[in-house]
Design a protein around this ligand. Sequence first.
Ligand SMILES: *Cc1c(COP(=O)(O)O)cnc(C)c1O
Length: 489
Amino acid sequence: MNFIETRGNDGEHPLEVTFSSAILAPIASFGGIYVPETLPELGLDFLQDHVNSNYKTLARAVLTAFGIDIDAAVIDDALSLYDEFDDVTNPVPLSKVKDDLYVSELYHGPTRAFKDMALQPFGVVLSALAQQRNENYLIMAATSGDTGPAALETFKNRDNVQVACLYPDGGTSDVQRLQMVTEDAENLKVIGIHGDFDDAQNALKRLLGSAPFKAKLKEKNIHLSAANSVNFGRIIFQLIYHIFSYLELVRSHAISLGDKVYLDVPSGNFGNALGGYYAMKMGLPVEKILIASNKNNVLTQLIKHGQYDLRKMSVISTSSPAMDILKSSNVERILFDMFGAERTKELMADLDNDNHYELSAEELIQLQAVFAADFCEDDEGKQYIKDTFSAGYLMDPHTATCFKAYDTCRDKPLITIAYSTAEWTKFSPTIANALTGEQDTNDIDALKSIAKEADIAIPAIISDLFDKEIAQKTIIDKQDIEKEILAFL
Ligand SMILES: *Cc1c(COP(=O)(O)O)cnc(C)c1O
């Protein structure tokens, strides 16, 4: 299967590219992003055949249906990383929280957040492609907390790939920072900068678009790429767990094959929700996808009112920081799928020029046939954490936003799968505050207090971080980033 562009094509670049090119060079000619030309149809027979498949078998079958140009041996290598998750037999456990509410836990990988679900296998695939082509890649990432650790972890010591990861010094949690600065490998460079996440992100964008920087890399025989969430190499791995969680419900007799469910997704850049959308288009019986946001509620406004409006918005810091996003990149793929390339180009141009676009009434009806949305304020989220804990389930502030959408967005009493995107260990001060009222606790004290309150152990993978040696000590001004990266290469 080949890939085409969401905003059409300029006629000078290839009209379609292979999966491997879409991964290695994710920038399309009209500034759009790559989407599969068609989606494979799976249907109920496929689901029936895989009711009892384990995660890797199902994943292999879904990837095969896409017909991507990756060797089976590489795919097997990539999927074998799921063996390192907490439960060798199942990377994505499902917990029943209410009679009609199940939580699919996407955080059982090495960095304790859902980014591992896609980045773990993605790292193997990208490195294998680079080796096959005899090319070297610099992967750049700017992170506010979860992408950085997951990208470092997946590319650590892999051949033909080096990573430069920018984070705002003081702008991440202690756990997130330690996950990055304790990574010790020759092909990884972690750079703290004086500034906030926007400074890190802007520095990244500047370098990705800088001709002189690329020329200097070329002298060293290095290609430039980015580990951002629009890369289809990440999206493809985010389809699988939606299907797997549905089949878990069938296996446990909570539903019968063919019954519709709600998917309830805490959303930022919309990669997770897009995976659910594609799964639905491929035949997964889904009633609707509920899009949960925090106070940065552009997605709620879009889905309720058909307006993507950034004119009066600026990013607000919330207690679910991985969702503090206003330009939700993967929405473009939904626009393309529903309204076509020409209309997508028009809408995205409106957004670029006016910070705003508006769907027609018919388009909005089409969008609302698939999605419903609501947002959750920090205080409401804390209440959900506290109440849900009292009922026996501990969750993080991102997951909590789904509980609001579960309460407000469903119009049928169908079983709902909510996605948990981070372990409690990653956002412990907020959770400790919700459970005990304590304020301004640092991570280690918050971890201890939750562990005591919930009578659980702090996972060693997290507690060990506090004793590990700091391997990455670079903290610099943003104008020195380029020099620092070139010196590292
Ligand atoms: C990245 C992330 C999200 C948002 O996921 P998208 O695919 O960008 O919508 C939600 N929660 C956590 C903890 C994350 O790390």
